[in-house]
Design a protein around this ligand. Structure first.
Ligand code: ADP
Length: 481
């Protein structure tokens, strides 16, 4: 098969820098695509952890001026990943995270930081680095959304372009005046360009100027065409309906493998499932939860935001005692939710154990130790934690939206009879429906044979990138032609 060269443009990539699922995808998809004879190099902003983390980095290009200072492109490796780091300290090296400053607010110059990423991406796509001429550019989310716009207005030949929307809630909206600073022509500030209700939208630029658009699950691709989940983009996505498709995410099954995971208390597989109990014990210990006879241990690993629906789980806390549930919760984000869960844990320390912040190791232990992983999202483009949960034998209990709908087989009567259920769904996304699902989980959990089957079904589900990578590869080849 002919080798295809692809430039991926992403604002975060695992293992160098990660705030959420986008990094996981940007870091795992290129590895899976290698098996499809697709060579992916990824352009990422040169944040400090990126510059520190890439091995053998050497400058391969210079940009005299990139929105306020000079920039270099370094090429190096992160494991097997081929990385272009955009070394522009005036844009990327500073306190805080990739998007937020230490004060918790957006960096005030995000418009320039991510226009810079896209501009460098377009230059790379058009031959800036000798010997690198990709046939396709794959841009991720609003941060890379302008890549296709710079290509469109460059007046030069451009490779094919693909935009993946990982989360439509983030649209990269900036004041109209910024257009002059980011060096795009007034001709782009139109309804079928990047103008969005009088503002500039980086995501809209990506939607309108890319040859094709994907999102990260088939159900989400359908949901975003309607007013409930379209977030104002439903009309323009419908207009580009022929170019839009949904490809579900996978997970890196080397990073997430209970048989080899060094971050958990005891490794196990479907053949040694009883060993899993040691992780449950360790998890309880870590979060100060006592062992209660027959209690079902719920787990949560999540950003705490309105999207993730954890306020609904908080409303269900009074049920934990009567249903004999406990909760091991890892999350960071919204201060009101943090305060809410903190208070709930103080009120019921035997039932609720919490850890706030970002903690990779604890995330693995929760997957390995919880009986059920709860994901009550109001919307969920794909979701990765439920995929990890399947692989680790923590039955996912999720709302029936987006990628959660596409990746879990609900334990309804038919699925139980056919012995193919892998988790539990609830719908609509309300506290009442979640409570009903918790009740059902508590009841099913008492039947140890049934529960074990549920776990084993999940563990043998293919959550890898193998199949999605084939779908991406086919799309890449079609677009490149
Ligand atoms: P999103 O990208 O919307 O936050 P996903 O489910 O797609 O949600 O991906 C979340 C990723 O981030 C998963 O890999 C999950 O394990 C990880 N994660 C989320 N919150 C935390 C946390 N507090 N500590 C460690 N890992 C986390």
């Amino acid at each position: 098969m002919r080798k295809l060269s692809v430039l991926s443009v992403a604002s975060e990539i695992y293992p160098l820098v990660k705030t959420g699922g986008l990094a996981d995808v940007a870091g795992a998809l290129p590895l899976a695509l290698a098996a499809e004879h697709i060579a992916v190099a990824t352009l990422v902003p040169g944040y400090k952890p990126v510059l520190d983390g890439i091995k053998g980095a050497a400058p391969v290009a210079r940009l005299k001026e990139l929105f306020g200072g000079p920039a270099r492109i370094l090429r190096g490796k992160a494991g097997a990943l081929d990385i272009f780091a955009l070394d522009a300290p005036h844009l990327y090296v500073r306190p805080g995270g990739p998007y937020l400053g230490p004060d918790g607010f957006d960096h005030p110059d995000n418009v320039l930081r991510f226009a810079g990423l896209a501009k460098a991406g377009a230059a790379l796509a058009q031959g800036l680095v000798e010997g690198f001429s990709p046939e396709l550019v794959h841009a991720h989310d609003w941060q890379a959304g302008l890549t296709a716009a710079y290509l469109r207005f460059s007046g030069k030949r451009s490779p094919a372009t693909l935009l993946t929307i990982h989360n439509l809630a983030f649209q990269g909206l900036f004041r109209a005046e910024t257009l002059t600073h980011i060096e795009l022509p007034a001709a782009s500030f139109v309804e079928d360009g990047l103008e969005y209700y009088g503002q500039v939208s980086f995501l809209k630029a990506g939607v309108n100027y890319s040859d094709a658009i994907t999102t990260v699950s088939p159900t989400y691709a359908h949901e975003i065409l309607g007013p409930d989940q379209g977030m104002g983009f439903e009309g323009l996505l419908r207009a580009r309906g022929d170019a839009l498709s949904g490809i579900r995410n996978g997970i890196d099954t080397d990073v997430w493998d209970p048989a080899t995971d060094r971050l958990i208390a005891k490794t196990y597989s479907s053949r040694t499932l009883t060993a899993r109990a040691e992780n449950t014990r360790a998890l309880r210990g870590k979060l100060g939860l006592p062992t209660i006879d027959g209690a079902l241990l719920l787990g949560v690993i999540s950003r705490l935001s309105n999207q993730k629906g954890l306020d609904l789980l908080l409303q269900c806390a009074p049920l934990f005692e009567p249903l004999n549930l406990q909760l091991a919760m890892l999350g960071s984000g919204d201060p009101d939710l943090v305060a809410g869960f903190k208070a709930a844990a103080e009120a019921a320390p035997d039932r609720i154990g919490v850890h706030f912040g970002y903690a990779e190791e604890l995330a693995h232990l929760i997957q390995a130790g919880a009986d059920v992983l709860v994901v009550p999202s109001r919307f969920e483009p794909c979701g990765l934690t439920q995929l990890c949960a399947l692989r680790y034998g923590a039955a996912p209990l999720t709302s029936r939206v987006g990628g959660l709908n596409d990746t879990i087989i609900d334990a309804n009567d038919m699925a139980l009879a056919a012995q193919c259920a892998t988790g539990l769904h609830f719908s609509p996304v309300t506290a009442e429906a979640l409570a009903a699902a918790l009740r059902k989980a508590a009841a099913l959990f008492k039947d140890k044979t049934l529960w074990r089957k549920l776990q084993l079904n999940g563990m043998k589900t293919d959550v890898s990138w193998t199949q999605p990578a084939k779908t991406y590869a086919n799309l890449y080849r079609t677009l490149a032609e």
